[in-house]
Design a protein around this ligand. Structure first.
Ligand code: F6P
Length: 342
């Protein structure tokens, strides 16, 4: 078969593991021809692609980013975008397309599937906010990076008797904040799913001081909001999928805490560091399992499906089930985190 592969949306550690697995299994076991579409949907609209030969798939397993490039291009925003994609799919002589992406990219994949394009999805995002799968690859790496940062911030916070506010990624869901906060022993964790007042946080900080603790660590997801300020964005400009660029809650919170309590505070924004660099072993394995499963789904003709992790097993689920809403942090897990907001 001639199979196209593309990576769309924000990059994420483990993408190359998926591409490698798709290519290696497809070429070696099925004799497929694998076409790498460059830069997400933009590449399919511009016919920008490479033939992924066996050689191009070597030495990439441990590399961050994506050898195919990525973009947030939305065909819906381009005049005749979907028609162009369908025409180019035929022009390339593709039998199927494997789409590795988050909610936005897989949302487009679902529409194309409904228009008759044979598509298989692979769920990707450091945010871990895709439904119908226990986990997306990239999340484990992002949590590890954030946890290491929190560990490092502990010692400097303690030396200077400061409150450190660590801003992590997480637009609609606070998975990275919750997991890295639990792993790093945060004293307060703010996630987009909850509403907070400044008083909620200050009460915890003051209780810590009364207990003789001279420093605190707060982890805040970029999409979290205080009742007083609402969501904080760097600019109102939106990408093709209507997402604004978030950021600023860490700085806003650190300033507000210092002003109200006199506790010296600093904000640290981890930003794209969480998304870059080498994937953890877990993400390499998950990405590899997803890639192998995706090529099998193509050969079984299970289109409109995406790979998912259910416990320890990889199972196919409809792409539609994955993208119908954002998977938010479950109450039980956040309750575990709250145990330590003493
Ligand atoms: O891919 C998800 C994500 O990392 C979000 O956590 C974050 O809000 C966003 O992407 C940042 O996007 P960009 O790389 O376009 O600034």
């Amino acid at each position: 078969m001639k199979i196209g592969v593309l990576t769309g949306g924000g990059d994420c550690p483990g993408l190359n593991a998926v591409i490698r697995a798709i290519g290696r299994k497809g070429i070696v076991q099925y004799g497929d021809e694998i076409i790498g579409i460059k830069n997400g949907w933009a590449g399919l609209m511009k016919l920008n692609y490479i033939i992924l030969e066996r050689k191009a798939l070597s030495g990439i397993l441990h590399l961050g980013g994506t050898i195919l490039g990525s973009s947030r291009t939305n065909p819906e925003k381009e005049e005749g975008g979907y028609t162009l994609i369908i025409e180019n799919f035929k022009k390339l002589g593709l039998d199927a397309l494997i789409v590795i992406g988050g909610n936005d990219t897989l949302g487009v994949a679902q529409k194309l599937h409904e228009m008759g394009i044979p598509i298989v999805g692979v769920p990707k995002t450091i945010d871990n906010d895709i439904c119908a799968t226990d986990m997306t690859f990239g999340f484990d790496t992002a949590v590890s990076v954030a946890t290491e940062a929190i560990d490092r911030l502990h010692s400097t916070a303690e030396s200077h008797h400061r409150c450190m506010v660590v801003e992590v990624m997480g637009r609609h869901a606070g998975w990275i904040a919750t997991y890295s906060g639990i792993a790093g022993g945060a004293d307060f964790i703010l996630i987009p799913e909850e509403q907070y007042t400044l008083d909620d946080i200050i009460t915890v900080l003051q209780r810590r001081i009364e207990k003789g603790k001279s420093f605190s660590i707060i982890v805040a997801a970029e999409g979290a909001k205080l009742k007083e300020t609402g969501i904080i964005a760097q600019s109102k400009e939106m990408d093709d999928f209507g997402n604004v660029r978030l950021g600023g809650i860490g700085d806003g919170l650190a300033r507000a805490i210092e002003k109200r309590t006199g506790i010296e505070s600093r904000a640290v924004v981890l930003g794209h560091v969480q998304r870059g660099g080498t994937p953890t072993a877990f993400d390499r394995v998950l990405g590899t399992k997803y890639g192998v499963a995706a090529i099998e789904l193509v050969h079984e003709g299970k289109f409109g499906m995406m790979t998912s992790l259910q416990g320890t097993k990889i199972k196919p689920v409809p792409i539609l089930d994955g993208v119908k809403e954002s998977k938010i942090v479950d109450k039980e897990t956040y309750e575990v985190a709250k145990t330590f907001f003493e």
